[in-house]
Design a protein around this ligand. Sequence first.
Ligand SMILES: NC(=O)c1ccc[n+]([C@@H]2O[C@H](COP(=O)([O-])OP(=O)(O)OC[C@H]3O[C@@H](n4cnc5c(N)ncnc54)[C@H](O)[C@@H]3O)[C@@H](O)[C@H]2O)c1
Length: 430
Amino acid sequence: MKCIKVVIFGCGNRGNMYGEFSKEKPHKMKVVQVVDSNKTALEYAKNYYGLSSEDCFNSFSDWLKAPKKADAVINCFMDQYHIETTMPLFKMGYDVLLEKPICNNPKELVELMNESKKYNKTLMVCHVLRYTPFYSKIKKIIDSKELGELVSLEMAEHVYIPHMMSSYIRGKWRSENECGSPMIMAKCCHDTDLMCWLNNGEKPEYISSFGERSVFVPKNKPSDAADKCLTCPHMKDCQYSCYWYLLNTAQDPIVFNNAVEGKRYDEVTVEDKKKVFLESDSLGKCAFDGPQDLVDHQATIVTFKNGVTASLNMIGGTSYPCRTIHITLTSGEIFGVFEENKLTIRKYDKEHFSRETKNIYLGNVGIGHGGGDMRLIEDFIDYLRTGKMSISQTNIDTSIDGHLVGMAADLSDKDRKTVYLSDDRHLEER
Ligand SMILES: NC(=O)c1ccc[n+]([C@@H]2O[C@H](COP(=O)([O-])OP(=O)(O)OC[C@H]3O[C@@H](n4cnc5c(N)ncnc54)[C@H](O)[C@@H]3O)[C@@H](O)[C@H]2O)c1
């Protein structure tokens, strides 16, 4: 069976995560070209994938001029480049795996979907959570109807302090103006996708959402605080301070990827970190000062055509990182905390006015979004090799509504109106 040749756009955290699959299953996928504007990232990718210089490009436009060598593109550029660097690919004969968010504009989203269909090419989206044992088990239970019909989905996503700081307060996604994505799309388009997927692709209809930025705002900055954490009198007593990043490395791939010239995130020293925090416009700044412009908590409600309702609470800056889900069906319930990888299933017991309870532990599932990253890339590659669709598959047809719900929630929040999603996929304010 064919080995799929791929180009990786963006050899950062995500690109290299998927690229890793070529090492695990070299008979299924081979990386033949890479594109990255960062010299260090490009050099690393060149060596890691064993490529010659002519197959390494520092811009999309240079890559476009080169001869076609691959079957598929894995597009892991930053959010704001997804549309312009994916739209031309289908006509050129590529199948595409695209990082989320696809984009932040409903018109462009539909155009991209139509373009992939026009050329009969696969467009899959990196909704990795669908591939985790946790969410795929939930999906199987719902689809089996053993607990009756779906009634309601209550979901929450808590973004814990280190992740909030390194991505949405000081990091690459800190500003919608700069990166193009509002918080609901940057962080929660997985959750809005899960909502639609678990509800069997039923059409979402009305969406209302309220977001606020009330924690990370200048009025909460202590009057004697400095602009930079490392020169601040609160350096060691503030839970948001960059100081803690000098002692911990868990967030380094997000914070220090491309932050120090010539070094990868795992090569930076504490002295490098200090220098970055003192010199960078964003990375070392007081969490209350900006430049972030995203909401720090947001509540969203959705109704679907089949009468199912769903809610999603995003809270940024918590002590525990977790996604919780509580699903009510006509004959039972499913409750789970993703990070604990456990599900509780309750089935109503009419005889005793009680309930049967079953706990399912889904085992040790591996790294990278609860094991979802590797399963997603394998599914994409397997689909191109065999044409067989899995239960989790994130093709554009089944991924578009979750994105539209996120876009509608953002519009609703900004305009303080309910948004109706029309059959022809327009967002109408009501
Ligand atoms: N599926 C998920 O759960 C998930 C998780 C995190 C990030 N993401 C998304 O994945 C994408 C990549 O994120 P990441 O964490 O890998 O970022 P990253 O910064 O680690 O890597 C991105 C790489 O792409 C390069 N790059 C970006 N835009 C480019 C362009 N236009 N031309 C050339 N090079 C470019 C950068 O130099 C960098 O090396 C983003 O869209 C992000 O929102 C998805």
